[in-house]
Ligand binder design. Sequence first.
Ligand SMILES: [Zn+2]
Length: 309
Amino acid sequence: MNKSTIATALSVIEARRRKAEAVAEANAQLLQKDDRWQANDKAIRLCNIDIAKDKLNERDASENKRRLAKLLVERNDLLKKHNMTSKDLVARYSCPLCNDTGYVKGNKCQCLRREVTKLLSGNCGYVDDSCTFENSTETNPDNIKTMEICRTFSKKLNDTRFRIVVLLGKTGTGKTYLCNAMANEALKNLNSVFVITAYRLSELFLQCHLSSQEEKLTVLEDLMDTDLLVIDDLGVENTFSNVTSEYLFALINERIQRGNKTVISSNLTVAQIRDRYDERIFSRIADRKLSIVAKLTGNDKRISEPTKK
Ligand SMILES: [Zn+2]
């Protein structure tokens, strides 16, 4: 039997931990080659013992404390000489929540859940960081207005009553660019973000449906929990009966309940979305208390722009 996706994800996270620890270890070994560092290191250890003894015997420790302070200044100078700080001697873990162990108090850490999602979705989730509001070359006044609405939403993600932005427009009007710009804006403000095409999401739902209960719940929890979920190009994906609409509704609905924000872009009109998906999905998307429906207009940029190599 194949290794489970969770086990694979854990080995990815474990590799990150080993790498972070190896870097710290290599730095420590480098310093050990410096005789002055070795002497200073030993002196600090002995001085700390002396201070402990002073305390134990209720003696005045001020002399030893002064000595220690001097030694610590020397230690900093030595670190500087090697272009290091004391932080270079401790492992810098990618995930400060679990120190790259994958678990927090026995529960799967969000980094582990995200890794499982990435593995099952074929490594989705990456945001194109060249697509930002600052870099936009949009000139159409209506689209600029739409972009401003989207920018405000993603900038004030934790501060808006809206839960969903539906971005409508024909192919090539810049929806994917805007999706990524919103994701980048949210990332700037330290929100967790996941970007996926509807095509991939539908495949992921099917994968989840066929996976073990533990894997399925891990991925769904990740998708429900992320601060901003961007579903690009709804309407072109294969829909799997009893899977796509069911999972999509459950996901969107749970995200609304949790106060998390979702961006959906589509070539379809609102009416076409109603016809293609569950009535319940439509009712959430069309709810003006929950959703902003924004439109992008114009010609296909991918055709009208000269090809860049
Ligand atoms: Zn973690």
